[in-house]
Design a protein around this ligand. Structure first.
Ligand SMILES: Nc1ncnc2c1ncn2[C@@H]1O[C@H](COP(=O)(O)OP(=O)(O)OP(=O)(O)O)[C@@H](O)[C@H]1O
Ligand SMILES: [Mg+2]
Length: 288
């Protein structure tokens, strides 16, 4: 697909409503030692099983009716609590579609998405306690930095003093201490993405979904920020699913990297395993 068209497609269908999606104040049963499924460890986390996502074809051509394209083709994967998994693959291979399906923004044609083995099929996006972050940050232009970061906490009705303390903590974490009163319009691209990360993390999402969060930045900044994102996610013990088409970025940030092609997950393994033992010639070719 052409670069321009891709940009257009992304703009058409962002993981919209991102800032508001971390609602729900119920404690995470996983982290609070609550009900675990018998026989399963406390590190269960996200389960994606045999997921299929289909869209009606955009270019209908001569054919009428419901011509379907399969964007995600029977994908299964797990993300354990505290683990960072990156999904890597060329444009149009279904990375965003899979992420959106996990978020609950895209209906599943088949398969299940679970958290601690509980099926999320009937759980609305904002009830999943998942945080979302995108390429363009989608900050609220009329809110300053601290009110952007506070957004999810306001939605959860966190008391003012606690909110302020959390915002300070988060701004510290993303190296933006003292930026609280700045207008977001006056921030650099890198600073904006740091604010977006702080905002996504503020409500302590049980899973953070990141869709190409650094793609809009130039290469040097992207490399630095990738290392910072990894450190922040590690420091906070955040469980994350990170979509990118940049090999180095995936290998920098993630514990395990999944290589996708044409809707399928070809291999999911630690970076050193992918490099030393690619499962198929396609994986080897892609990583070359
Ligand atoms: N809303 C939609 N309607 C129809 N087809 C879609 C829609 N969204 C995505 N697709 C198609 O589904 C396939 C997977 O798209 P997806 O956006 O998931 O890819 P991606 O791996 O995220 O690509 P990129 O790296 O360009 O962001 C593509 O063929 C795309 O054209
Ligand atoms: Mg995408």
């Amino acid at each position: 697909m052409e670069e321009k068209e891709r940009a257009g497609a992304a703009a058409e269908a962002p993981l919209d409503g991102a800032p508001g999606q971390q609602g729900g104040s119920a404690p995470d049963p996983g982290t609070s030692g609550g009900a675990a499924v018998p026989g399963r460890g406390a590190a269960r986390g996200l389960g994606v099983s045999d997921v299929v996502v289909r869209y009606e074809k955009r270019d209908r051509g001569a054919r009428r009716g419901r011509a379907l394209t399969t964007a995600v083709d029977h994908v299964s994967l797990d993300v354990a609590k505290g683990e960072i998994v990156a999904l890597l693959g060329p444009s149009g291979c279904g990375k965003s579609s899979l992420l959106r399906a996990v978020a609950g923004l895209e209906p599943l044609a088949q398969g299940t998405v679970t958290w601690d083995d509980a099926d999320l099929a009937g759980v609305l996006v904002h009830r999943r306690q998942f945080g979302l972050m995108f390429q363009d940050g989608q900050l609220f232009p009329h809110r300053n930095v601290e009110r952007n970061v506070a957004y999810g906490l306001e939605a959860q009705h966190v008391p003012r003093a606690e909110r302020a303390a959390r915002v300070t903590e988060l701004l510290d974490l993303v190296s933006l201490a003292g930026f609280g009163r700045r207008r977001v319009a006056n921030l650099s691209g890198g600073e904006r993405q740091r604010v977006a990360l702080a905002r996504a993390l503020a409500p302590r999402p049980r899973l953070l979904l990141l869709d190409e969060p650094l793609s809009a930045l130039d290469r040097r900044l992207r490399e630095r920020l990738a290392a910072d994102v990894r450190d922040v996610l590690r420091e906070t013990g955040t469980t994350a699913l990170f979509v990118t088409h940049d090999h180095e970025e995936a290998f920098t940030v993630a514990d395990r990297v999944g290589v996708m092609s044409a809707g399928r997950l070809l291999q999911l393994a630690a970076p050193e395993v992918l490099r030393s033992s690619p499962a198929t010639p396609e994986v080897e070719e892609f990583l070359r």
